[in-house]
Design a protein around this ligand. Structure first.
Ligand code: SAH
Ligand code: SF4
Length: 349
């Protein structure tokens, strides 16, 4: 199989060109074509000679993602794309539009890092699929490029990248970070580090590494429970990395980066949505630079739990607020297009 061009570093492309006897500025032209113009075939590189385009096409694959299904929510604000990879596996990417009356619209892309996931969280469609394989850095990047191209067609560009699609990013640490580094590269898209949020189920060594990275992207932790017994029953990885260790790693992250950590909490009716649990959560996070994101559960086929009522969610939020915690309820989005993590690729539609 040909090497995938979005897997290549700038230096690797430069080395190939040098070996071909091409001047180094050609590497810049190719890089700009890939990361500024979002070109997806060698023929589009009209800045290069025909021979060089041919050579590039012989050497590299320019796309790994084949768009197989595009689902749009009725309001048009959430778009979910199912991509087929060259080996036949499927992944999902979600593009979310947030229109504003008085300021510029925002666009967020939610990307996947793996096909399936090994972490086995009971309520998650991706977890229910099991692990299939890691995505390469280029396959992570191409999801962003695809959305950037879509937005560019209507004169827009996206605001944020959230690594909250299929897979556990810290189980595919190097490829995920490599993708972020390359998208952050000033020679290409130059997406600021603050525009990335990486969400982890709480893989402690990953959190510790992430704190030491030069690129300081935002960190989100899927917490979902205050006690280890309940958390282990929902997120089996908690047996390896219990709550106390996860929070200690988060404190170190904040110490190192001065950045707040977002804690995600999927509200499951009568499981983790009681007023007592809200009190305990506020207590657990006391003194930390934290934000809590409440998400009503997105129902999945193999999980019996139900989403909390709006009333229950608001009461939970109110308790956190009374305790001085920064928090929000995330809008339920794209329920009718199965926009929850992994729901489309797992075939539960
Ligand atoms: N593996 C990472 C990132 C992908 S999951 C992680 O777990 O953080 C992104 C978020 O969606 C996580 O907070 C996860 O707990 C949440 N999630 C997964 N399935 C969900 C569901 N059915 N309803 C609501 N949130 C869900
Ligand atoms: Fe994996 Fe995240 Fe789903 Fe858990 S919630 S199974 S870590 S994708």
């Amino acid at each position: 199989m040909k090497a995938f061009i979005y897997d290549q570093s700038y230096e690797a492309i430069l080395n190939t060109l040098t070996a071909w006897g091409e001047p180094s500025y050609r590497a810049d032209q190719i890089w700009k074509g890939l990361y500024e113009r979002f070109w997806s075939t060698p023929e589009q590189f009209t800045t290069l000679s025909k021979e060089l385009r041919k050579k590039l096409g012989d050497e590299y694959a320019f796309s790994h993602l084949r768009e197989e299904r595009v689902l749009r929510a009725k309001d048009g604000l959430t778009v979910k794309i199912l991509f087929r990879l060259p080996d036949g596996k499927a992944i999902e990417t979600v593009l979310m539009h947030y229109p504003f009356r008085n300021r510029q619209d925002r666009h967020t892309v939610c990307i996947s890092t793996q096909v399936g996931c090994a972490m086995g969280c009971t309520f998650c469609a991706t977890g229910q699929m099991g692990f299939q394989r890691h995505l390469s850095s280029g396959e992570i990047i191409e999801q962003v490029i695809y959305c950037a191209r879509q937005l560019a067609e209507s004169g827009q560009s996206f605001t944020n990248v959230v690594v909250m699609g299929m897979g556990e990013p810290f189980h595919n640490y190097e490829a995920t970070l490599e993708a972020i580094r390359r998208l952050n590269d000033p020679k290409g898209m130059e997406m600021g580090a603050r525009r990335f949020t990486v969400s982890t189920v709480g893989v402690v060594p990953g959190i510790r590494h992430f704190a030491q990275e030069e690129i300081q992207a935002n960190l989100a932790i899927s917490l979902h429970a205050v006690d280890d017994e309940l958390r282990s029953s929902m997120l089996p990885i908690n047996k390896k990395y219990p709550i106390r260790e996860v929070l200690n790693a988060c404190r170190q992250y904040t110490e190192k980066t001065s950045r707040r950590v977002t804690f995600e909490w999927a509200l499951v009716k009568d499981v983790n949505d009681t007023p007592q649990q809200a009190q305990q959560l506020a207590h657990l996070l006391r003194g930390m630079l934290a934000h809590v994101n409440l998400i009503p559960l997105n129902p999945t086929e193999k999980f019996a739990g139900e989403a909390s009522s709006e009333e229950r969610a608001k009461a939970f939020l109110a308790i956190l607020e009374e305790n001085g915690l920064s928090c929000s309820i995330r809008l339920r989005r794209g329920i009718e297009i199965q926009a929850g993590c992994g729901q489309l690729a797992s075939g539960s539609w």
